[in-house]
Structures are given as C-alpha cells and as structure tokens.
Design a protein around this ligand. Structure first.
Ligand SMILES: [Fe+2]
Ligand SMILES: [Fe+2]
Length: 256
C-alpha cells in the first residue's frame, strides 16, 4: 500500500503525499504523487504512470472521494508523470481538466486525445480549486523538460518541484518522507541532477525565483521532501552544481 503523508492542513485545504509503496516493482522508478484538496475540488500533481495507477487509486480513495478530483497537473510529459491519463479519465469523468505545458498537449494526446487539456503558457498561471485555494504554476523550463512547471501554494508555503530535487533513495533508507540528513542525501540526488538537468541558466533563474517565495516544504516527484532549513540547503547545493554531464558523451562517441 502506498504511504500517505499529510504535509499541511487547514480545514478542507490539505496537501497529501503518496509514495514509498513497499510492493512497487523494483524496475519501476519510485514516484511521489501529490494531492491538494479544497472544499470545492481536488487536484493531483504528477499523478503517476500506468504501473502505479491501481495502488494510487486504492490509497487515494481512503482519503479523498474520487469524484472530487477536478484537475490533473503534469509538470512535464514524462511517462512516470502522465501515462495514466486515460485511466484517471475513466474514474474521474470527462470534465477533468488536464494542466500541462502548451508544448506537450499534442504529445501527451498520444496517451489520450480526448482529454480536456488546459495548456499552460510559458510564464505559468494559476488554478483556483475553490475561492480560497489558489495554486500558482511557475516556470521550471529545461529542468529537465523544455516545457516544465513547478506548483506553489502561497497559503501552505509548499512548493511541488517535479523532478527538481529528485533523489533515488534505496528502500532501506526510506524511513521518513523527509530528508533527515542533508549531507547524506546529496549522494542520492547528485548524479541525477548532473545528468537530467541540462541548463545552468534556467537553474539560476529557478533558484532565484524560489528564493523570493516563502517555502516551508519543497516536495519533488522522486525521493524525499525538504523541510525548513533543508530547503535553503538544497537551493545552495543546486546553485553550484555542474549540469549537463551527458555532453561528455559527444567526445566519447565512435563515429566510424
Ligand atoms: Fe522527468
Ligand atoms: Fe520524474
């Protein structure tokens, strides 16, 4: 069963995180599915791929009526983010709004061309779950996808960062949903960021943008969440990291 953690709550406005399923097949990369509820509707943030869909529906329905889900958000187009789209539409209905970068609507349509896409423009935008619960879509382009967004909740002070901050944590180390030893945690996210993140200019702009926000919890789609002072530690670490390690392969390629 997927573990459900409440990250923040004020009445019906809740941030829930689902992840760390002990029954997950080892060859399917571990994902966190984030859920924001309100008294008028629910949004799923990176709701996960086909392989985690059955476990996710089962765990989610313990917490939230499936009929209350009005929105899906995809930080980008990857299959671990978006491949369960047609399955979610089967259980949620045709009026489910699907928020994704304008760049990817035609591509994600290969999973489900009848979905009600609401393309997100490059500067981002916002979505109101209820009059009191508004979330902001913030640019995170090139980190790693070229059409990529983070989600910020100014009231809860939670930032969902998609693949930024992702870590591949061995199951034996998953004792909490939160980072407890930052220095140790760097070892689980270092190689991922060097290779998957390609653009230092985008990284600098994203870090500067996030520093202007009040963030209590930074929640990535893979691995553990950063809380309190670890948010700043993560930004300091990311800011100086060399990116684009895949470029070395150009010099290693055999052309003959
Ligand atoms: Fe990705
Ligand atoms: Fe991912």
């Amino acid at each position: 069963m997927l573990k459900c953690t409440t990250l923040w709550q004020q009445g019906e406005h809740r941030w829930l995180a689902f992840g760390q399923d002990p029954e997950r097949p080892g060859n399917v990369i571990d994902t966190n599915q984030l859920v924001v509820t309100s008294d008028a509707g629910t949004i799923l943030l990176d709701p996960g791929g086909i392989e985690v869909f059955p476990a996710m529906v089962a765990a989610l329905s313990q917490e939230v009526p499936i009929g209350s889900i009005k929105h899906l958000f995809f930080s980008h187009q990857d299959p671990d983010v978006s491949s369960a789209l047609p399955l979610w539409r089967q259980v949620c209905g045709d009026d489910l709004a699907v928020h994704v970068s304008w760049m990817w609507t035609g591509f994600v349509s290969h999973f489900d061309r009848n979905a009600a896409f609401q393309p997100i423009a490059d500067p981002g935008g916002d979505v109101a779950l209820s009059p009191a619960v508004r979330l902001k879509f913030l640019p995170a382009h090139y980190l790693h996808s070229c059409g990529n967004f983070s989600v910020y909740d100014p009231k809860a002070k939670v930032l969902f960062s998609g693949d930024i901050g992702a870590a591949l944590v061995p199951p034996g180390e998953q004792t909490s949903m939160f980072v407890t030893n930052f220095a140790n945690h760097v070892g689980y996210m270092d190689a991922f960021h060097r290779r998957w993140m390609g653009d230092g200019r985008a990284r600098d702009k994203w870090v500067a943008m996030v520093r202007r926000l009040a963030v209590d919890i930074l929640a990535p789609q893979h691995g553990l969440f950063f809380h309190g002072d670890d948010v700043g530690r993560f930004l300091d670490w990311l800011e100086t990291l060399p990116l684009g390690s895949g470029c070395e392969a150009y010099d290693q390629a055999s052309l003959l």
